[in-house]
Ligand binder design. Structure first.
Ligand code: SF4
Length: 344
């Protein structure tokens, strides 16, 4: 079975090009077609000789994601179901806000981490997405953003299906094609990778001195509560998470974002805010307080306006930078923690 050409790096493509008796500059042209112009057919590669196009076609496949479904929310958020070449489905979301459009990307089909508030967890992991499949979400969503909102994507966030640090190599490879000059040339400062807090992966990001932003789905700064909410906390407790975050900040000088889903009578008391403020002392940071989106069958409920305000006031009294993130795309199950392949 021929290999997908997008699984090859420059040097492997170059070896192939030279073996065909072609000049080295053809490698750059092929890479541009793959990662700058997002070609999905060898015949689009119009500046290559027909003989080279033919041998590419004989030796490799060039497959990618296709749009399987599109849903539009009352608030203009759009959710897409993407079909992978093997028939698996993942989802991506476009969120327009104040003239900007954020694309929410998936990194895995399903997710093994079983966070109790998340619909994706019910899918279990089927597999990691390839770098090409992650990259395709950006080019497809960019296209749809231009058509639907008449503007380019402003930000990219890895907050869709899956835990990106469990698919480290492919996610980093995809980001490199999104950001490099031979790819889409997007600034890494417009990309945020959101993780549940896998300390090994965060340490790797620190050592790789990545230039994109890191967000942690924290949701509580209390180990006992966090372990009940997110089983991954048992093997990655807050003390080790704090060490990894400190290292990340030391190596990248980047400010961390904490995502905090407020759930009624679970993590929305002043004591919870106090524990959060204490945890936040470790590095410069900002906090996104997010309305919880009730997921079918979930025991958690959305907090009240009064409790949210008291929580916010407490954090601000500690001089923390806090944003409130309103739920978007709730009616089409496109909001945080709601992606579960229902579009299938
Ligand atoms: S919140 Fe993220 S890490 Fe947790 S189960 Fe859902 S997709 Fe996986």
């Amino acid at each position: 079975m021929p290999k997908d050409i997008r699984e090859l790096d420059d040097s492997e493509i170059n070896s192939f090009v030279l073996a065909q008796g072609e000049k080295q500059f053809r490698t750059r042209q092929i890479m541009e077609w793959l990662w700058k112009k997002a070609a999905n057919d060898f015949n689009q590669m119009s500046n290559l000789p027909a003989s080279l196009r033919k041998s590419l076609e004989e030796n490799f496949t060039l497959t990618g994601l296709s749009v399987n479904s599109e849903q539009i929310s009352r608030d203009k958020t759009r959710k897409y179901g993407f079909q992978c070449p093997d028939g698996m489905l993942v989802e991506g979301v476009l969120i327009p806000s104040q003239g900007r459009v954020t694309a929410c990307l998936s990194s895995q089909v399903g997710c093994p981490l079983n966070c109790s508030f998340c619909a994706t967890a019910s899918l279990k992991t089927r597999r990691n997405l390839s770098a090409g499949e992650i990259f395709d979400q950006v080019t497809i969503l960019q296209d749809h953003s231009q058509k639907a909102y008449k503007t380019n994507l402003s930000n990219l966030v890895f907050m869709g299906m899956g835990e990106p640090l469990l698919n480290y190599d492919n996610v980093l490879q995809a980001i490199s094609y999104m950001t490099s000059e031979k790819g889409l040339g997007i600034s890494p400062r417009r990309i945020t990778l959101s993780t549940v807090g896998l300390t090994e992966g965060i340490t790797r990001l620190a050592n790789d001195r990545v230039r994109f932003y890191l967000a942690i789905s924290l949701h509580t700064a209390n180990d006992e509560k966090r372990s009940s909410l997110m089983p991954v906390n048992k093997s990655n407790p807050l003390a080790s998470l704090a060490d990894a975050i400190k290292l990340f900040h030391q190596e990248t000088s980047s400010r961390i974002t904490y995502e905090y889903l407020l759930m009624k009578d679970f993590n929305d008391s002043i004591q919870d805010a106090r524990e959060l403020a204490e945890f936040c002392k470790i590095t410069p940071c900002k906090i996104n307080l997010i309305e919880y989106n009730e997921v079918e069958g979930s025991a958690y409920k959305k907090t009240t306006h009064e409790r949210l305000q008291a929580f916010l006031d407490f954090l601000e009294s500690k001089n923390l930078i806090v944003n409130i993130r309103r739920s978007r795309g709730h009616d089409i199950d496109a909001a945080c923690g709601q992606l579960a392949g229902k579009s299938a």
